[in-house]
Design a protein. Sequence first.
Length: 382
Amino acid sequence: MRKIAVITATRAEYGLLKSLLKQIDSDVDLELQLLVTGTHLEEDFGLTYKEIEQDFVIDVKIKMDLEESNNRANSLAMAKLQMHLTEALSRLSPDIIVILGDRYEILSVASTATLLQIPLAHIHGGEVTEGAMDDSMRHAITKLSHLHFCAAEVYRKRVLQLGEEPQRVYNVGSLGVENIQNVQLLSREEFEASIEFPLKKCNLLITYHPETLSPLSAQEQMQTLLDALEQFCECGLIFTKANADAGGKVINAMIDEFVKKHSNSIAFTSLGQLRYLSALRYIDAVVGNSSSGILEVPSFHIPTINIGERQKGRVMAKSILNTALETETIVESIQKACEKRFVEELATMKSPFEGENCSFQIKEHLKNTPLEALRVKRFQDL
């Protein structure tokens, strides 16, 4: 039985991985080993490991101690994660490790796997996000990985440009889009009851993460957005809080303070996959700089107001309104997103990230790729 270890560190990452985890777990020829770390184990970020335990058995939990919210603390947390991962992976002895994305926790996983000589399968490589240090981490993870599952053809070509062998690089589409196609969403009444918040005539879903390469502080960034939202007092404002990047806790504290003063708003550390995707059915637009606004939201044919440089470089559907981090331009973009003519133009739009049986494709490659063929990597010159 081939042992597949999957490692998750954030709520968003787990939401994307969930369908793949089910595919692996249900295959009689595979053994799923699930390792949970990062914000999943932090009270400030909702202890989201409890949601995972409702779906799967967690084999290992590794706490990183993310009490502080700065780059020095995150670097030390990476070192701690690598130490405990080395012990856990040495004990579990997986045949392949699966990782997703570009965060610093995942770079620690990739480094550990490389030293332990365990093949890595990486999902969502080849993308570009010029406004975040994650951009460099993603490409570093690609160079440490042995199998690559990309979300679009342009991303597959970029992984090849990094010197990876073509027979190891696949364009499978986005797991997030597949999740939308397969999940049974809540009705409007069920969703309102689940968040204990009555929706308004107009509703916005807001997620803003620190733009880690910006000259502005996280506080300055978030205040600019909140100043814009002040002008939409008739709209329902649903916040999902920031991640564990440097400045994330500052942003979350500002959200809490805003919600206290504005009865038309509510905030969640984590909505979970079902409530988050259900929210996308009933809101008018997504506001912020989350990758979900680029990857999943277009499948709902609603606008995304993408603020700042964090996601610059990604493939964009025509539903994305790229907006400078300036109060006035954010207001103008939200107003445009609510225009009937613009929304009608999105009705027949197709997401650029739609694949076919994405999680099944990945699972089959994990299952059938000869392990010995993965142990040696050769740089492929163009």
